[in-house]
Design a protein. Structure first.
Length: 91
C-alpha cells in the first residue's frame, strides 16, 4: 500500500529518509489534500530507472552507430543517432 504523507512531514528529514529506506518504495507527499511530490531512496530510483531506462537493443544500436563513426568500412557513417533516425523515418 502506498505511503502518503502531508507536506508538513518534510520538516523531519531524518524520519522521511528512514521511511524511504525502510519501506523501499516511494512516499507520496500531499499539499492541501492533493498529490504534490514523490520522494524515494536512491535505490528505489535506480531500480525504477533500470525498468524504464534504455533497453539492451537500444544500447546495442547506439554502440553500433558509435562503431560506424569510428570505422567507415563498417557501413554508412552517421554523425549522431538523431541523423540516423531522421534518415530511417524519411524512407
Amino acid at each position: 500500500m502506498p505511503k502518503i504523507m502531508p507536506i508538513t512531514a518534510l520538516r523531519d528529514t531524518t524520519e522521511i529518509s528512514e521511511t524511504c529506506h525502510n519501506e523501499n518504495e516511494p512516499i507520496f507527499i500531499t499539499k492541501n489534500g492533493y498529490g504534490d511530490l514523490v520522494i524515494m531512496s536512491l535505490q528505489v530510483y535506480d531500480d525504477l530507472f533500470e525498468l524504464k531506462g534504455p533497453n539492451a537493443d537500444t544500447l546495442a544500436a547506439i554502440e553500433g552507430v558509435e562503431m560506424m563513426e569510428k570505422d567507415p568500412s563498417i557501413g554508412k557513417t552517421y554523425r549522431d543517432v538523431k541523423e540516423m533516425m531522421a534518415e530511417i523515418l524519411s524512407e
